[in-house]
Design a protein around this ligand. Structure first.
Ligand SMILES: C[S@@+](CC[C@H](N)C(=O)[O-])C[C@H]1O[C@@H](n2cnc3c(N)ncnc32)[C@H](O)[C@@H]1O
Length: 242
């Protein structure tokens, strides 16, 4: 597929290995090892409860970073003696995918580098968008803190790709900044949230109606909405086919 670079699969090096701090996305939140593992396991449990994730699922972790969710899947399923049918982590930052592939790939776990453009993380990537997934091949789609760094052209386009990738009963778990009574889309809004936003797409915030218009335009529906309880005040959406 265009924009996709294959990364050779390596055996799992250690059942307890974690990404080094410099490769952990999400600011200070995930620097602490215990918090890193705990949030990952909790997200796997939420994927089970909200999206029907099981060991038979095909799980796509879009914007996987160095594989935080993969650590959660490993702790929750593999450490209990099971395995997952397919965990696929994709990201656009080569060093993160290289680390994850060298340290977390193995039976049921794979990582793919996508050389697509994002003004913050990969400004020189190709403008041709891809999720690295075949149509209808994803049972559970996870995008934690990815739409929080996305422009207002990419967002509806990627929501349409998510709809294409989801299996008929598939669910997408995504987080983003949404508020009532704000402009449709803004980059690094002044005085918003706990951080001082710096650089392109550090924080992208949507009006709730605007993000949900994009969801509807992609022929997706909102299955669950939880306001403001995710990292830095992001909200959670669970999406399904309409
Ligand atoms: C804030 S980090 C979140 C990492 C991970 N989801 C987590 O929760 O630990 C956002 C990630 O999204 C990735 N990203 C941004 N745009 C992307 C795109 N178009 N396709 C794939 N990954 C993307 C970035 O490279 C970055 O690793």
């Amino acid at each position: 597929m265009f924009g996709k670079k294959s990364v050779a699969k390596q055996p799992v090096k250690s059942s307890k290995v974690l990404p080094p701090g410099k490769y952990r996305m999400g600011g200070e939140h995930f620097k602490d090892d215990a918090a890193f593992i705990r949030t990952a396991v909790q997200d796997v449990q939420r994927l089970e409860a909200y999206c029907g994730l099981t060991t038979d699922s095909r799980l796509l972790d879009w914007g996987c970073g160095a594989g935080r969710l993969a650590v959660g899947v490993r702790e929750r399923f593999v450490a209990e003696g099971g395995r997952i049918a397919d965990y696929h982590g994709v990201d656009i930052q080569p060093e993160l995918i290289e680390w994850a592939d060298a340290n977390l790939a193995g039976p049921g776990f794979r990582f793919t580098l996508l050389d697509v453009a994002n003004e913050r993380y990969n400004p020189d990537g190709t403008p041709e968008r891809t999720l690295g997934a075949e149509p209808g091949s994803v049972d559970v789609f996870y995008a934690y803190s990815v739409f929080s760094h996305m422009n207002d052209d990419d967002t509806p386009a990627y929501l349409r790709l998510i709809a294409d990738a989801l299996s008929p009963s598939g669910r997408a778990f995504v987080t983003c900044f949404v508020e009532e009574d704000v402009p449709g889309w803004e980059e690094n809004p002044d005085g918003y949230g706990p951080l001082e936003w710096k650089g392109r797409l550090h924080c992208t915030r949507f009006a709730r109606w605007h993000f949900e218009d994009h969801v509807n335009g992609a022929r997706l529906a909102v299955d669950r909405f939880e306001y403001g309880r995710e990292t830095d005040g992001q909200s959670l959406y669970v999406l399904r086919h309409r």
